[in-house]
Structure formats: C-alpha cells, structure tokens
Design a protein around this ligand. Structure first.
Ligand SMILES: *Cc1c(COP(=O)(O)O)cnc(C)c1O
Length: 465
C-alpha cells in the first residue's frame, strides 16, 4: 500500500488551483504560502497519526483551512463586548465607556495634526500640558493642573517630585492595594521616597502625624482615599483639614490620592458621599490625584490638581516625560470635562453617570421589554432584583437597586455563560445561584438588539462551545 502522505499535493501545484485564486486576491501571496505550508504540515501529521483525511488530494480542503487560519489571525485581539454584568466601572471590561462628544474629539485628534505642542497665537512651540488646565482649574478650584497617563502615574510623579530620597508619612490604615498589584508602599518606594508609617490600622490621630513630622526626615504627607474597602468599628482618622495644618506648620506638602474623580455632588447621582477634588483642595490639600476613567467617566488619565508651585515642579520633573499623556486622550478628556460645565448635561451625556443614576423603575421597564422579546423568541426568563455595582474599586459594598433577567439554561449556567462570551459580540454576564443574570444597567440601548440575538443563539446552542 502506498504512503497516503504522497497524495498531498505540493505548495506550488495547489497555488495554481482554482480555489486559491480568491485567497490570493484577498491576502498577500506570502501569507497564503505560509498558511498553506502550515496546513500541509498539519495534514501530514494527521495522516502519520493514522487519521484518514478525506479529500487529501482536493485543493478545496487546503484552501478552506488556509482561509480559516488567515481569518483567525486577522481577528482583533481587543474587541468590543456587551457588558451585562451591571458593574458600571468594570476594570476588566475597560472601565468608563466614553461620551459621544469625547469619542468624536478623539477621532478628530487621531485623524490629523493638532496644536498639541504648538502655540497658534505666537506661532511657536507650546506645551501639551496646557490643554485641559483652565477647565480643570475652573471645575475644581485648583490653581494649576497636570494630566498624565493614569492616577498611578500621577502618584509616582507627585511622590518623586516632593519626596525623592526623603520620607513620606502615611497612615497605617491607608497602606492599601488599589488592584492589579498596585500597592501604596511599593509605589512609594519605587518613586524614590521612604515610607514612614503612622498610627495603626484602625486608628490614626493627627498627633501621630505631628510626631512623625517632627524628626525632619519627612518631606510630605500622603493621604490615600480608601476607595475600595471600608473599615468600621473602633476607628479614627485624622481629618484632612487638620492634616493640612500639620503639613503647613512643617512647610511640607499634603498630597491626597483620591482615585475616583467624582466631579458632581454624589447625592445628585443618588450615591453616598464620596470626597471630591474640589472639597479636598478647599480643605487644604496641596495636590490631589484622581483618575480620568473612574467616576469622572472619561478616558484613562491621571489628573494632578493643586497649587501652582507644586504642579510646576512636577511639570519639569524628567519623569513627567515618561508618564506623559497622549493627544487622543487629551482630546477625549477635554470634551468630557467640558460637559461638566453644565451638570445636567454631564449627567445626561456621560455614560458612566447615566448608568449609575438609572432608576429602578427605568431599569424595570427595560428588563421587562427584553424579557418579552425573549419570550416571543421562545426563551423564558424571570425578572429578578438586580444588584448592580459601581465597580472600578469605588463604592465598596454599595449596591445599585435595579432589575436583571435571570435565565435558567438546562445545560447549566457555566455552559450558557461561556456560549454568551464566545460569540460575536461577546456578552459578559453574571452568575448567581446557578442562574445567568443579565443586567440592562450597563447595556447601551443601541446594543439591545445584538444582546437579544446573542442570547437567543446561545440559548439554542448555536454558538460554540
Ligand atoms: C484607582 C485608584 C488609583 C489608581 O488609578 P489608575 O487611574 O487606575 O492608575 C490610585 N489611587 C486610588 C485611591 C484609586 O482609587
């Protein structure tokens, strides 16, 4: 019996065949050849393993497999997904979705040249750090502002500028991990400063800071907002105003790492109190650091807000160049911040704020309509009280009242959720008590048709696995 591997046509012969004509017009020849070689190698391996490969002499077999392989390689790795988890600032899903005006501004900045570092009036070199400054000052009462890559970068830059080679006093109750291995003690050390721990985990008094600052090794005080956890019980915290007085008395800056970037009164979003940059500056912080893509609802960025001297020193720190912000980000941030000049507009147009302030009756109407449309397609679901979350390491333990669809698939929640995830667009759901929960809070209304199509496909098992 002859070796079946000898039936495999050669690369040159196959490329001449009809089924390869369309592939060669769609892809560069080198890619088709490379793909074909790997398909041939794969067929050879299957044959050697004793598999009977049907159509081993047919060019169609090879063309089909090459096409699948090339298409797979061209799939983007970073893809849009439908977030049906109800977690608004889902860090794994890219945090804040951007307002339309920001997306448009980003596209404009990306498309062509801009005055990023060019002074149009003077006709000479300008600074990228001038953009957004007056807006940020107007919105927060800061004297000056500096935008960098993210809040982690803002912290590194501030600490390195204020305290390189010196001590930074931090309460033991605020030596926190923000997430993704980002820990305040580590970041402080990498910034070239030395950690001076103050007080205890649950109680830190102003007197503790006074004592720490007395010995001359401390160059700055850092207060970190406990954004992603709460401590309760027998606790005490040094008020910001009193910390500011200690810092002033010792001629050192007080840096407040706030994180969230909330710009509107929390109660206007029906959320519990959360410190804001404007308040923190008014209460005596010299520099405040916040994120652009948490409660601010803009692109990933770190905002340093504060006194003119402190910000000016950071701007000329060589590290600033390594942490600098991109033009596309600046365009999106500026457009987002502009919305805050009118709080009504900010609440209506910034998706993060809109999703956070969606009311229970609104969400019930949306969930009901989704359930009815599913029912029409033969998919039964139940309405359950959905507990959305703010996410992004903010508002720990705060549940957002709403409604979600609960689906009980015979193949089990894990299998059904995997099918939802693996289709196009991927749908990310939550699993609770063996049910798949889909929360409309984080689904844009224009995504609803795609969501329904994906649920129906996944329900009938049309998508893999
Ligand atoms: C989120 C957060 C950070 C990190 O901000 P990124 O923008 O993600 O780098 C730092 N500090 C606090 C208090 C935070 O909440």
């Amino acid at each position: 019996m002859s070796d079946p591997r000898r039936s495999i046509p050669s690369v040159d012969v196959l490329l001449e065949q009809e089924p390869f004509a369309s592939l060669l017009s769609a892809y560069p020849r080198a890619r088709v050849v490379e793909g074909l070689r790997s398909v041939i190698a794969d067929v050879r391996e299957r044959v050697s393993a004793g598999t009977d490969v049907v159509g081993i002499e047919q060019p169609e077999l090879y063309a089909r497999e090459v096409e699948v392989q090339l298409a797979q390689k061209d799939e983007p790795s970073l893809r849009p997904v439908i977030n049906a988890t109800g977690v608004v600032l889902h860090t794994n899903l890219g945090r804040a979705p951007l307002p339309a005006v920001a997306r448009e501004a980003m596209a404009r900045a990306a498309r062509g040249y801009s005055n990023l570092e060019f002074d149009l009036e003077e006709g000479k070199r300008g600074s990228r750090y001038d953009h957004c400054v007056s807006l940020l000052c107007d919105l927060t009462g800061a004297d000056d502002a500096l935008v960098v890559n993210n809040n982690a970068a803002a912290l590194v830059l501030a600490l390195n500028t204020m305290a390189r080679g010196r001590g930074v006093a931090v309460s033991r109750g605020e030596l926190v991990e923000i997430g993704g291995g980002f820990r305040i003690p580590d970041i402080l050390e990498r910034s070239g400063a030395t950690l001076v721990e103050v007080g205890s985990t649950n109680r830190t008094r102003v007197a503790d800071f006074e004592e720490a600052c007395a010995d001359g090794s401390v160059a700055a005080i850092l207060k970190v907002h406990r954004s992603n956890f709460r401590i309760t019980g027998f606790t005490e915290e040094a008020p910001l105003q009193e910390l500011a007085a200690v810092a002033r008395a010792h001629g050192m800056p007080l840096l407040h790492d706030l994180g969230s970037g909330l710009m509107l009164a929390a109660e206007s979003l029906s959320l519990p109190e959360e410190p804001r940059a404007a308040e923190s500056l008014a209460n005596g912080a010299d520099v405040v650091a916040v994120s652009g893509d948490k409660l601010l609802g803009g692109p990933q960025a770190g905002l340093l807000l504060g006194g003119a001297d402190a910000i000016a020193r950071m701007r000329v720190n060589p590290l600033c160049r390594a942490l600098r912000v991109d033009k596309v980000t600046l365009a999106g941030l500026e457009a987002t911040l502009q919305l805050y000049r009118d709080p009504e507009r900010a609440r209506a147009e910034i998706p993060t704020l809109r999703m956070l302030s969606a009311t229970e009756p609104e969400l019930k109407v949306r969930a009901t309509s989704l359930a009815e449309r599913l029912e029409d397609a033969g998919v039964s679901s139940a309405l359950v009280e959905g507990k959305g979350a703010v996410g992004g390491g903010t508002y720990p333990g705060v549940e957002l009242a709403g409604w979600a669809l609960s689906l009980d698939h015979p193949d089990g929640a894990e299998v059904f959720a995997a099918r939802l995830r693996l289709g196009d667009p991927p749908v990310i759901a939550r699993i609770a008590d063996g049910q798949v929960l889909l929360d409309p809070r984080t689904v844009h209304s224009e995504e609803e048709d795609a969501l329904l199509r994906r649920i129906i496909d996944a329900w009938t098992g049309a998508s893999t696995p």
